[in-house]
Design a protein around this ligand. Structure first.
Ligand SMILES: Cc1cc2nc3c(=O)[nH]c(=O)nc-3n(C[C@H](O)[C@H](O)[C@H](O)COP(=O)(O)O)c2cc1C
Length: 296
């Protein structure tokens, strides 16, 4: 990697550019590294014995009005079904270090399969819920917990109102395709579809238009497929927020090249999770501490 490349990373991702550039440069060496495992997951990494317990992790829909004055930054952290879902606990833990951050997690059905307490780097949802700052974990079932009656809050709408930002890391090829087509057939996609893209609908609740950050993660052949380019174009050119257009509401955290878990080598791996955290921290204005192990 030369200076020109590093400068282009910096241009796109500002302060985090160098971190991104370096993680990209070292991605080969880091590819088989075990994810950093936080001590608390060692205690809670058992399989969840009773599926119905999951229900306890998701309190009733957060009333956006109630949380309006808590002076916290509300982050929805979501994962769709990619192997990179195993980085979700690291991201949650890193963001939860900030006392003024409140996190609610959404997992798609496929994403759930990667966090079932099967290994230390794949804690159960129960363990994830125990991370301070993680207030709830929502699954598709939570949207339809009880038959709806007039006056009842609707989960995906309340989550949308509550959130100052949504980070989808990883964004699977499937969810990316549905997102760009406007399909809303699960909880995560319903939140995305109901997003306040102008900032006018929830203007009374927020001072800043909320953004959606997405970190695509997929097999190299999936990434290279021509349909991916079309969808990325929608996300970046039509809906993207950048220096020249403040009309957008989506920021794509582009994947990187490495040796993928499936055995292929090439582009499509989710951006380094620490770089993702850095971008989000920079956006929400909390201090970023340079992590020493980023160079691998
Ligand atoms: C072990 C395994 C790993 C997978 N990894 C990925 C991946 O990295 N990226 C991706 O887009 N799809 C991946 N898939 C396929 C998705 O899980 C599948 O398309 C699923 O329908 C995605 O659903 P969702 O987008 O609703 O989460 C994987 C599937 C399996 C079984």
């Amino acid at each position: 990697m030369n200076d020109k490349v590093e400068n282009s990373w910096k241009k796109v991702y500002g302060f985090c550019g160098e971190l991104l550039h370096r993680s990209q440069a070292n991605s080969g060496a880091r590819s088989f590294e075990t994810a950093q495992v936080y001590p608390q997951f060692r205690t809670f990494s058992n399989k969840n014995p009773l599926d119905s317990h999951f229900m306890e992790y998701s309190p009733p829909p957060p009333s956006a009005q109630t949380h309006f004055h808590d002076e916290k930054i509300h982050i929805i952290l979501a994962a769709s079904g990619s192997v990179a879902t195993i980085k979700l606990p690291n991201i949650a833990q890193a963001l939860s270090r900030h006392h003024n951050v409140s996190i609610r997690i959404i997992v798609t059905k496929s994403a759930e399969r990667f966090l079932d307490g099967q290994s230390l780097e794949q804690p159960s949802l129960e363990a994830l819920r125990a991370v301070p700052g993680v207030e709830a974990i929502y699954r598709d079932e939570d949207e339809w917990k009880n038959p709806w009656t007039r006056g009842e809050p609707i989960l995906h709408i309340e989550l949308r109102k509550w959130a100052h930002l949504l980070l989808v890391a990883p964004l699977s090829a499937n969810t990316m395709a549905k997102m760009t087509m406007g399909i809303a057939d699960n909880l995560l996609l319903s939140v995305i579809r109901a997003w306040d893209t102008t900032g006018m609908v929830d203007g009374n609740l927020k001072t800043k238009k909320p953004l959606i950050f997405v970190a695509p993660a997929m097999n190299t052949a999936m990434w290279n497929h021509p349909i991916t380019g079309k969808q990325i174009e929608i996300l970046e050119k039509e809906w993207g927020v950048n220096n020249s257009s403040k009309d957008g509401w989506v920021s794509v955290l582009r994947p990187m090249e490495k040796h993928l878990a499936c055995g292929d080598t090439g582009n499509g791996a989710m951006m380094d999770w620490e770089a993702i955290v850095c971008v989000v921290e920079q956006y929400i204005g909390v201090q970023t501490r340079r992590r020493s192990n980023i160079t691998g």
